[in-house]
Design a protein around this ligand. Structure first.
Ligand SMILES: *[C@@H]1O[C@H](CO)[C@@H](O)[C@H](O)[C@H]1NC(C)=O
Ligand SMILES: *[C@@H]1O[C@H](CO)[C@@H](O)[C@H](O)[C@H]1NC(C)=O
Length: 263
């Protein structure tokens, strides 16, 4: 079971947000929330873009909507939520609602030139069904050309960092090893191939982390040193979101940021 120990910061943030999510308030649709309901709809706030991305929806039955909290966002950080119900094809991911920085400062950066890539992600399930099967994960796209959209042939590597795994789900491919130390935490690494790129998935050993604070450069350094990723390749985009397989949940991100600094 997931142990839920909200920090004061999360409780404070949830206290701010829960009234907004309450049905009476939702009916009024505060202008400073942007609600996405279309399958591939996106919304922008500052450098961040939230997308629903219901790419696997046709393999199941369900619905999903995602919300960008503009009033809780600033130039540096953003807040968003997604709420869904999915059934059918237990082994199939239905969607990847995700947040991404569209800033040129955070995209198309050669690995060898990265000084730091700080990120922080505070999240919590506001509600979830007992049968939920879903992950919460970064999806980082790396490729030879500087420019490339996620999940296109421009990518050579898809790096996933799983901060949560609920239900019996697993990443693509095969286990390479467990107890791998990167960025001060221990991971099980999975490796496989999807289309034209290699998928490397880091899954946290020993449970979920709801207040994640890291320098993604630790992962990039590991990938270059131990997994043969050429340091001449570029970080094309950093996404952070959730992949539900089946079940229902409301996932709240109260504070997300990513920022890359290069030489
Ligand atoms: C495989 O690639 C497609 C995009 O073409 C992507 O939507 C899907 O998430 C990928 N599957 C895995 C398991 O990474
Ligand atoms: C959001 O996270 C950043 C990075 O950890 C932190 O500096 C900032 O104070 C946080 N903001 C809120 C409102 O929690």
């Amino acid at each position: 079971m997931l142990s839920f120990t909200p920090t004061p910061a999360i409780l404070y943030a949830l206290a701010l947000i829960l009234p907004i999510l309450a049905p009476s308030a939702a009916a009024q649709q505060p202008a400073n929330n942007t609600v996405l309901s279309g399958p591939f709809q996106c919304a922008h706030n500052g450098k961040y873009m939230l997308c629903q991305n219901l790419w696997g929806a046709s393999t199941g039955v369900g619905s999903q909507k995602s919300t960008l909290y503009n009033s809780l966002s600033s130039a540096e950080r953003t807040a968003w939520s997604t709420e869904y119900t999915w059934s059918g094809t237990p082994g199939g991911v239905k969607s990847y609602a995700n947040i991404m920085s569209t800033s040129p400062k955070d995209r198309g950066i050669q690995l060898a030139t990265i000084i730091s890539a700080r990120t922080s992600w505070n999240w919590a399930y506001v509600s979830r069904s007992a049968d939920l099967r879903a992950n919460i994960a970064y999806d980082i796209w790396i490729g030879a050309p500087a420019a490339g959209d996620p999940a296109t042939s421009a990518a050579s590597y898809e790096i996933m960092i799983w901060l949560s795994s609920v239900g019996k789900i697993q990443p693509l491919g095969k286990i390479q090893g467990s107890g791998i130390q990167v960025g001060g935490r221990s991971w099980t690494l999975w490796k496989g191939t999807n289309k034209t790129w290699q998928v490397l998935s880091f899954v946290l050993d020993g449970g979920d982390v709801m207040n994640y604070n890291a320098d993604l450069k630790d992962f990039f350094d590991y990938l270059v040193a131990k997994q043969g990723v050429p340091s001449t390749q570029h970080v094309q985009s950093v996404q952070a979101g959730t992949e539900p397989f089946t079940g229902s949940a409301k996932l709240m991100t109260t504070n997300y940021s990513v920022s890359i600094i290069r030489k």
